[in-house]
Design a protein around this ligand. Sequence first.
Ligand SMILES: N[C@@H](CCC(=O)N[C@@H](CS)C(=O)NCC(=O)O)C(=O)O
Length: 224
Amino acid sequence: MSSGVKEVLPPPLDSSSEPPAIFDGTTKLYISYTCPYAQRVWITRNYKGLEDKIKLIPIDLQNRPAWYKEKVYPPNKVPSLEHNNEVKGESLDLLKYLEDNFEGPSLLPDDPAKREFAEELLSYTNSFNRAVVSSFKADSISEAGATFDYIENALGKFGDGPFFLGTFSLVDIAYAPLIERYQPFLLDAKKYNITEGRPQLATWIQELNKIEAYEVTKRDPRSS
Ligand SMILES: N[C@@H](CCC(=O)N[C@@H](CS)C(=O)NCC(=O)O)C(=O)O
């Protein structure tokens, strides 16, 4: 975090927990520690050094407090952000919302070509997810293979890596939580190594792991 002191993460709220003071003017990010979509927004908040401005409210999704759906976010999903007396959801929208409405280092370059590519890559996250998830069930890994090839090529597009748009951006943040989960799963269950023959993806993962704002959001394998 900005002060260099590791943030103490609060325990998740469950059905027996009292709600926080909703609409009291405090900006709150509702997450689950295990949700990849919530993790995207959490990384962005950390990278921008907003730990003191945006309070983390973790929810136990397995034993959700009723007040979350009733009073905070009727879709009853995480992430959601309470800011200026409104609650908004959808992780990719929230990434842009944080970029546009909060201070801190920018996570989108000014270059119009890079901005356009950012849009393409952000929309591609859904097809990426579908392709990988369908390969979990299928006998063949080819659909997932093709989608990781797309990622490998995307990482080479501007030739100024290691990140998708050169420097660390919202695009890296959108993919990181997904790849963090798919890489070990595919290796374990399908004996498929996503980085084999994909040097740029291998370097991307290495460089990503050096980003502290991301590192602190990773699931501790010992506690899950
Ligand atoms: N499209 C949403 C997906 C959010 C989502 O599915 N979150 C899951 C946890 S990872 C959730 O809250 N599930 C609870 C439910 O669907 O009831 C986003 O990108 O924010």
